[in-house]
Ligand binder design. Structure first.
Ligand code: UTP
Length: 293
C-alpha cells in the first residue's frame, strides 16, 4: 500500500478512562484514578496538556460509571470562578482546564472489558481519521512532550506508531512488547507485537508505554477482536494485525516515563516533578535530604 494514504493529520485523541483502578484501592473507590493529583494537577491534566502541545484539537474521553468528575474537571466552574474573581484572585491557575466548547466528547464504556474495547467505544467519533491514544496513568515527562515527538515521527513515516521504552527483561510480562526491526535515530520498525508475554517468549525488552497514533482501520479489527491476555479485549492484538498491512513504527521517547498506575511509580512521579518545580523544588530537596538522613 502507498504510504501517502496513511498521513492524514492527527487531530483527535482518545483518553480511555473507564478502568477500575483496582491497584489504587481504597483511594479509587469514589475518585477516578485519572484524577489522583501528582503535586497539584490530576493525572488526566498532564495527558491533556501533552495532547494540546502535539496539536490535538478534539478530546474523546471513554468514561464509565463513577468517572463523571473527570469531565467536570474540564468544565467551567461558574461558582468557583465568580467567588475567586470577587475575592480578587487570578483565574490563570484554571487555564489548563479549559477545553474549547464542542471539543470535548465523551463516550461510555458500559463494562470495562479491556483497553481494546474502550478504544473501540470511540469509533463513531473517530470516523475515518487517524487518532492518538493517551493512557493517562502513564505520565510522560519531558519537553517536547512524548506525543509531540511522535507526531514529528508520524510526519516523516506516517501509518501507526507506539511509544516504547526499555525495561529489565524480567519485567516484560506486565506489558505489550514489540518485536523490533531496523532502527534509525529514535525510530524503530515494528515487526510484531505481543501482550504480556512470558519472559522466555518475549521478542525484546522494548515495551509499549501508553501513547499511540493509529489509523482508523484498527477500529474494524477491534470490532471482532476476541479476548486476549488477562481475559480482556487487548488493543495490542488488533494492532498486531496491522503490521505488514500498514507502516508501523515505535518511537523511543526522549524524556522520563512514570507508571502512575502503580503505587511506587506514582510516588516516584510526585517526587521527581516536585523536585523539578521552580516554586517548590528547593524546599522539597531539603525535606527529602532530611528524611533520608
Ligand atoms: P489499566 O489496566 O492500567 O487500568 O488501564 P485499570 O484497569 O483502571 O487499573 P487496575 O489495573 O485495576 O489498577 C490503562 C488505562 O486504560 C483504561 C484505564 O482507565 C486506564 O486509563 N481502561 C482500561 C479503560 O478505559 N477500560 C478498560 O476496560 C480497561
Amino acid at each position: 500500500m502507498n504510504n501517502t494514504n496513511f498521513r492524514k493529520p492527527v487531530r483527535k485523541a482518545v483518553f480511555p478512562v473507564a478502568g477500575l483502578g483496582t491497584r489504587f484501592l481504597p483511594a479509587t473507590k469514589a475518585i477516578p484514578k485519572e484524577l489522583l493529583p501528582v503535586v497539584d494537577r490530576p493525572l488526566i491534566q498532564y495527558a491533556v496538556d501533552e495532547a494540546r502541545e502535539a496539536g490535538i484539537e478534539e478530546f474523546v474521553f471513554v468514561t464509565g460509571r463513577g468517572k463523571t468528575a473527570i469531565v467536570e474537571h474540564f468544565d467551567t466552574a461558574y461558582e468557583l470562578e465568580s467567588t475567586m474573581t470577587g475575592r480578587g484572585k487570578s483565574l490563570d491557575v484554571l487555564d489548563p482546564t479549559r477545553i474549547q466548547p464542542g471539543s470535548l466528547v465523551t463516550v461510555r464504556q458500559q463494562v470495562p472489558l479491556g483497553l481494546g474495547h474502550a478504544v473501540w467505544c470511540a469509533r463513531a467519533v473517530i470516523g475515518d481519521e487517524p487518532f492518538a491514544i493517551f493512557l493517562p496513568d502513564e505520565l510522560m515527562y519531558g519537553s517536547p512532550g512524548c506525543m509531540a515527538q511522535m507526531v514529528e515521527a508520524y510526519n516523516e513515516v506516517g501509518g501507526n506508531l507506539v511509544s516504547v521504552l526499555e525495561v529489565p527483561m524480567e519485567e516484560v510480562s506486565s506489558y505489550g512488547v514489540i518485536a523490533p526491526g531496523e532502527s534509525k535515530g529514535n525510530l524503530t520498525e515494528v515487526k510484531g507485537l505481543v501482550e504480556k508475554p512470558k519472559v522466555a517468549d518475549a521478542p525484546s525488552n522494548k515495551i509499549v508505554s501508553g501513547r499511540y497514533i493509529l489509523q482508523p482501520e484498527v477500529m474494524d479489527l477491534l470490532a471482532s477482536q476476541g479476548k486476549g491476555a488477562g481475559g480482556e479485549i487487548q488493543l495490542t492484538d488488533s494492532m498486531a494485525k496491522l503490521i505488514g498491512e500498514q507502516p508501523f513504527h515505535a518511537v523511543t521517547f526522549n524524556g522520563r516515563r512514570f507508571d502512575c498506575g502503580s503505587k511506587v511509580g506514582f510516588v516516584e512521579a510526585t517526587l521527581a516533578i516536585a523536585l523539578d518545580r521552580e516554586d517548590m523544588g528547593e524546599e522539597v530537596r531539603k525535606m527529602a535530604k532530611k528524611m533520608l538522613g
